[in-house]
Design a protein around this ligand. Sequence first.
Ligand code: ZN
Length: 428
Amino acid sequence: MNNPFSVANQGKGVYGVLARATTLAQRYGLSSSKMDSAFEQLMLILNEFECSATLPVTAKPLSRNLSSVHRLQSQGIELAVHGNTHVDYSQLAFEQQFDQIIHASQIFKKSGLLASGFRCPYLRWNLDTLKAISELGFEYDSSQALAWDVAAGKETEAYHRVLEFYHAQMAEEYLSLPRMVGDLVRIPYCLPDDEALVERLNMDNRTGISDIWLAMLDRIYSAGELFTLGLHPERSFQCKDALYAVLEKARSLSPTVWIARLSEIAKWYRSLGQVTFSSWVHNNGATHVNVHAPREATLLARSVDIQGPKKDWANGYEHVLSNEIVLKSERFPWIGLAPDCPDSMKSFLKHQGFLVENSSNPTAFTYYFQREFFDSKDERPLLAELESEDSPLLRVSRWPSGAQAALAVTGDVDAFTLWDYGLRLFNS
Ligand SMILES: [Zn+2]
């Protein structure tokens, strides 16, 4: 198995590792009391904004600090599995990964702790990781790094190196949204997180971190996407003003930002894939539409002549207040897909809340697509095409309860004490 110290080396560079070593003693103590204070600081802010967070925890240190973890769970924090030991899973064979992850799950279960999600140590995963966690029944993975271009002029070589180390995708190309991979929901992890800001971009002033995260929130809110704000609890004090600023801003926006834990986001994302609708055309030419969606779903309409109550929403959409509607439109205001379009395209559109119908009649719908291939690189351009016009469109909102965007506070717990950190060198 890998030496985790050498893995850390690749990510941070030698100077980064040495610099980190000097700060470890400030963050961790011989007991978990320093980390417990850091958790309390995090909880103070989360409680003020009536929200929670998702903390993936490495199982071995968790097993040595059960009282701290039970306290977190009882306070409503969602726990997720962050490996059994803190090693680079992408370097392990499938069987080794499977053994590590099943062992971690057993530690959680034996300790009475719930965890339906997974995040790889160092955000380093491969297809075997996804296979292992799918077979073990995890609901979601949150190991894919997604970098936002918000640090222009401040970027360092160390930051570029860590983006490479994480195999980060760039947000200009990839959506900051959950994605189905087989049966698994994959939720991206946004960068820069606290660690990148403090240790790679050398931002030790609170304002700098706030500015970066607020810029990310602005971009993500406009796009209606998901901000997974990465904050390792060990830096709760250092980043408290920035976290406060982001949550305060998020709570002030209208339409709202849905602040949720990753398991709730995964569950909601799955439920959008189950939305169905039926339609029929009346003798007088009006179209009846009945949308079967989760209770929290919001029906949105753009440039559609709808009889019935509705109110303004955002981005040219109206919020339709009933799921059974009558509308007048030359073409059906939803998306037609040619029969040979890949299933991945239909699944993607449905999970965004679009109403989709397979049809060989290209003129029956506002939008009609005929494509042989569709992969994750095609997603952002397709959404841009759908959102750039004001052609008639009826859809379900991407987020529940009329929210425009989503935010999840999440950060890994690799260690609770200096002992835990030291034991990482021995894969324990
Ligand atoms: Zn970690």
